[in-house]
Design a protein around this ligand. Structure first.
Ligand code: CMX
Length: 439
């Protein structure tokens, strides 16, 4: 057993014992009151699951094991000559609960590089799709094709003790994360670069190697990838991709099945696909106005038009956040250092000035501020990655770090199958004491 796995096991053993005590002593303590509007409207604000890896504060934003994004940018180990955190370090932090040192991060990097070989049948599955197929469809199918390698699935069918589930889930997690950049880069090069593929470079860190396989070897892009793959990794447990992964995993579906479920959720335009939608929205606006730098007045008018057509302004709003997303701010800071003159970046900043008061004035949008997706596309575009259909795949590669480290915790803590109660409107009528439909 590698030392990270052993460390994880010892941390999980301690935490399992603590949770047992908590439940014995406080299991009947009331956590919240639930009102009918929450039942109908997406279960907002109901604390209904435990996710150890990160916690979201509506005003402050995300903290990973207690560390904010600015703190992580300072304190996580960096690549030689780089100034952005290595996502390997964030994975270690989410899994173990402590900041890693340089050697820990190098160990994770080396483990992933060693396990990164993708079996040929996965490429065959990708090749079986028409090239025009959306990259998220190809990506999700490729994750399912990788499932043939699941150590958890084969161990389970051979008969293993519940106590050992975590160990196989851990192995699948490490292998799946190791292989995702190669799979994603293959889809990119197939769809947008005439199938001319680039072999991995095992000497590079996970993000730099991903950039290399995509065809972007410049230092700026590698730094962007390190930041991007860090900040998109986790957003506590209730968001669609994290929750879907956790839910499916609770049936003891293996990490490949569970992650594929998370990715089909990430592919929705109200969640991860919003990064694609933001760039499309900006490009449509620029095309309509015949400019690459619309004025603030023109942007305001375009927002009103979007709202009047019954559409959402992509990249704005959030189910939990009530302030500007610190992931947006981290990208804005990166852009200020690397590409402040880029017209799309400037448009994103102008949209940021104009949008919140307009959304606020509608009186119904609870959070008028930008989320992570409002900025990411402009940065990718700046470095030449202009194919916006691919953006959600990048999000997905990053999201694997959070949802799969969480899945290791789920199995190590022996969390049961998830099965909330649902009710019917007929049940609600009788609950509120009405025999007829409420007029
Ligand atoms: N533009 C226009 N209308 C918006 C809006 C936006 N950006 N954000 C919310 N609204 C609307 C909702 O559609 C809802 O309208 P109805 O009452 O007519 O149905 C109303 O405002 C209230 O919604 P809310 O409670 O403020 O927001 P929700 O928690 O229901 O939804 C979210 C959150 C993210 C789905 C929503 O803000 C949205 O659709 N934003 C645009 C898409 C987006 O950027 N998604 C990415 C989120 C981050 C991520 O997961 O990656």
């Amino acid at each position: 057993m590698g030392y990270v796995k052993e460390l994880f096991r010892s941390k999980a053993d301690i935490q399992s014992a603590e949770i047992k005590n908590i439940l014995e002593q406080h299991g009947n303590k009331k956590v919240s009151d639930v009102v009918l509007s929450q039942v109908y409207q997406g279960m907002r604000g109901i604390p209904g699951l435990v996710t150890e890896t990160s916690l979201l504060d509506p005003n402050e934003g995300i903290r990973f094991r207690g560390y904010s994004i600015p703190e992580l940018r300072e304190r996580l180990p960096k690549a030689d000559g780089g100034s952005e955190p290595l996502p390997e370090g964030l994975f270690y932090l989410m899994l173990i609960g402590e900041l890693p040192n340089q050697a820990d991060v190098e160990h994770i990097s080396a483990t992933w590089a060693r396990r990164s070989h993708v079996p040929n049948h996965v490429f065959d599955v990708i090749e079986s799709f028409p090239v025009s197929t959306h990259p998220m469809t190809q990506f999700t199918a490729a994750v399912l094709a990788l499932q043939t390698e699941s150590k958890f699935a084969s161990a389970y069918s051979n008969g293993i003790s519940k106590k050992d589930h975590w160990s196989y889930v851990y192995e699948d997690t490490m292998t799946l994360i190791a292989r995702l950049p190669r799979v994603a880069a293959y889809i990119y090069r197939r769809k947008y670069r005439n199938g001319v593929h680039i072999q991995p470079d095992g000497m590079l860190d996970w993000s730099a190697n991903f950039g290399h396989m995509l065809g972007y070897d410049g230092e700026g892009f590698k730094e962007l990838m390190r930041l991007y793959l860090t900040i998109h990794a986790d957003h506590e447990g209730g968001n669609v991709s994290a929750h879907a992964t956790h839910l499916v995993g609770s049936a003891l579906s293996d990490p490949y099945f569970s992650f594929a479920a998370g990715m089909t959720g990430l592919a929705g335009p109200l969640h991860g696909l919003a990064n694609q939608e933001v760039i499309r929205w900006i490009e449509d606006m620029c095309k309509e106005l015949d400019t690459n730098l619309p004025t603030k007045e023109q942007i305001a008018e375009y927002i009103h038009k979007t709202l009047s057509e019954g559409k959402v302004v992509p990249g704005y709003g959030h189910a939990v956040l009530r302030k500007t997303d610190p992931r947006f701010i981290a990208q804005m800071e990166f852009a200020k250092r690397h590409c402040a003159d880029d017209p799309t970046v400037q448009t994103v900043w102008n949209v940021y000035e104009v949008t919140p008061p307009i959304l606020e004035a509608t009186g119904k949008i609870k959070n008028p501020w930008p989320n992570v997706d409002a900025h990411s596309g402009a940065l990718l575009k700046h470095y030449g990655l202009v194919e916006e259909d691919f953006y959600t795949v990048l999000f997905g590669v990053s999201r694997a770090l959070g949802v799969l480290s969480s899945l290791c915790w789920d199995r190590a803590l022996g969390l049961p199958i998830e099965r909330p109660k649902s009710v019917t409107t007929e049940w609600v009528r009788s609950f509120i004491g009405s025999e007829e439909p409420v007029a």
